[in-house]
Design a protein around this ligand. Structure first.
Ligand SMILES: Nc1ncnc2c1ncn2[C@@H]1O[C@H](COP(=O)(O)OP(=O)(O)OP(=O)(O)O)[C@@H](O)[C@H]1O
Ligand SMILES: [Mg+2]
Length: 374
């Protein structure tokens, strides 16, 4: 590796340290020159690509990745914009290579014109995506059940509810309590069926949505109800463009995230429950559009942060699956619904959690000129 390593950083005093650091990094890193020749590959990259550094020094990227791979688009865009760009869910497929669900970050190297540093990983965002994709399968299996429930249960349920109401009016005080119980329980089933129904495969109707209005709406709702007494902080980027999405569904997403945050913050170690809502714009966040070679830009992010104890270890691997809950009264549908809606929007959700700080971060598409014309 040292032969082309020495070409990377000719300066005697800073070269070796920086290279040793890159070499020791557990994340695959390669440096490409203007012709996509490998100028550097760390140990993790050798393993990842299955080719030794001396082997890589002889070849170019197009020798191991087909030229129509979106990776080349990413590299071209890094050169053109001179900014860091990341691609999620890439497939690197060739006779020599088989990698799916890869996140690649490409960065320009200011001193080296047209060189591109690639960092490859299946870390947080890609893992979150996996979970989300795995969840889609689970969601589909409940979709059929949801449709049947909605059809077959709702009608008789309203009959039961109506009959209980009639009884309430005509019986004595003791029996009235029982009739009320029937009505309340019927309402509870109805609410559950409504939530299940949200898993149905309906295409979403999109319009420009002001995400700050959604956040403020839900915050007010929360503060007069389940999040009473919890301190809220807002760190909004006021210059954000509108999200290209469905307002009511985005309300549902934020509501479920804030409800979870409130329930977690109640157990804050310092007994000062706090929720922070953050928004911002982040260039170069993209995701594959399933079944196409298109990439969807997801430049807007929304983070719901709480200071609760963090996500329990046993829940983590199944976080977005339906019916997974650590709460006595929880149904475990909140995050499953969140993942479903975010997926329908073509967005992405990432989770970062430790005791005292849990972040749920949404990445969403914004209105483009093309959408505005519709
Ligand atoms: N902010 C959070 N902090 C810690 N744990 C969380 C957080 N959000 C979710 N979880 C964990 O993930 C589980 C699943 O959350 P989800 O919203 O899907 O269901 P639930 O909150 O248990 O029930 P429901 O939302 O249906 O009332 C929770 O039971 C909890 O263990
Ligand atoms: Mg919940």
């Amino acid at each position: 590796m040292s032969s082309f390593a020495s070409r990377l950083l000719p300066g005697r005093n800073r070269g070796p340290d920086a290279l040793a650091m890159l070499g020791a990094m557990p994340v695959p890193v390669v440096l490409l020159d203007a012709e996509n020749r490998f100028r550097f590959a760390n140990h993790a990259a050798e393993q990842f690509l299955g080719i030794s550094a001396s082997g890589l020094a002889q070849i170019r990227l197009q020798d191991i990745v087909p030229p129509d791979n979106p990776l080349f688009l990413l590299i071209a865009q890094v050169r053109q914009t001179e900014a860091t760009i990341s691609d999620h869910d890439l497939t690197l497929e060739s006779p020599r290579l088989h990698k799916v669900g890869i996140t690649v970050q490409g960065s320009p190297l200011p001193e080296e014109a047209n060189s591109v540093l690639l960092v490859m990983q299946d870390a947080s965002a890609a893992r979150a995506l996996d979970r989300q994709l795995a969840f889609r399968g689970a969601a589909r299996s409940v979709t059929g059940m949801a449709a049947i429930l909605a059809h077959e249960v709702k009608n008789p349920l309203s009959g039961i509810r109506g009959a209980a109401q009639l009884l309430e009016a005509s019986v004595g005080a003791d029996d009235r309590e029982l009739a009320e119980l029937i009505r309340d329980e019927a309402d509870r089933i109805r609410a559950l069926v409504d939530r299940m129904e949200a898993f149905g495969e309906k295409p979403i109707v999109r319009a420009p949505v002001n995400i700050h209005r959604v956040l403020e709406h839900v915050r007010k709702l929360a503060q007069t109800g389940f999040a009473e007494g919890i301190r809220f902080q807002e760190q909004y980027d006021p210059s954000l463009p509108p999200v290209w999405g469905n307002r009511d569904q985005l309300v549902q997403v934020i509501l479920n995230l804030i409800k979870n945050a409130a329930e977690a913050a109640m157990h804050a170690a310092n007994s000062r429950p706090e929720i922070t809502l953050l928004t911002g714009f982040q260039h170069g966040m993209r995701i594959a559009v399933p079944g196409t070679t298109q990439r969807l830009e997801l430049p807007l992010f929304v983070t719901v942060r709480d200071n609760g104890p963090g996500i329990p270890d046993d829940i983590r691997p199944h976080l977005f699956e339906p019916f997974v809950t650590s709460k006595a009264a929880g149904s475990g549908l909140g995050l499953a619904l969140v993942a479903k809606i975010v997926g329908d929007h073509g967005g992405l959700i990432e989770v970062d959690s430790k005791p005292g700080r849990t972040d749920f971060r949404l990445h969403l598409p914004v209105v483009t000129e093309k959408d505005a014309d519709k």
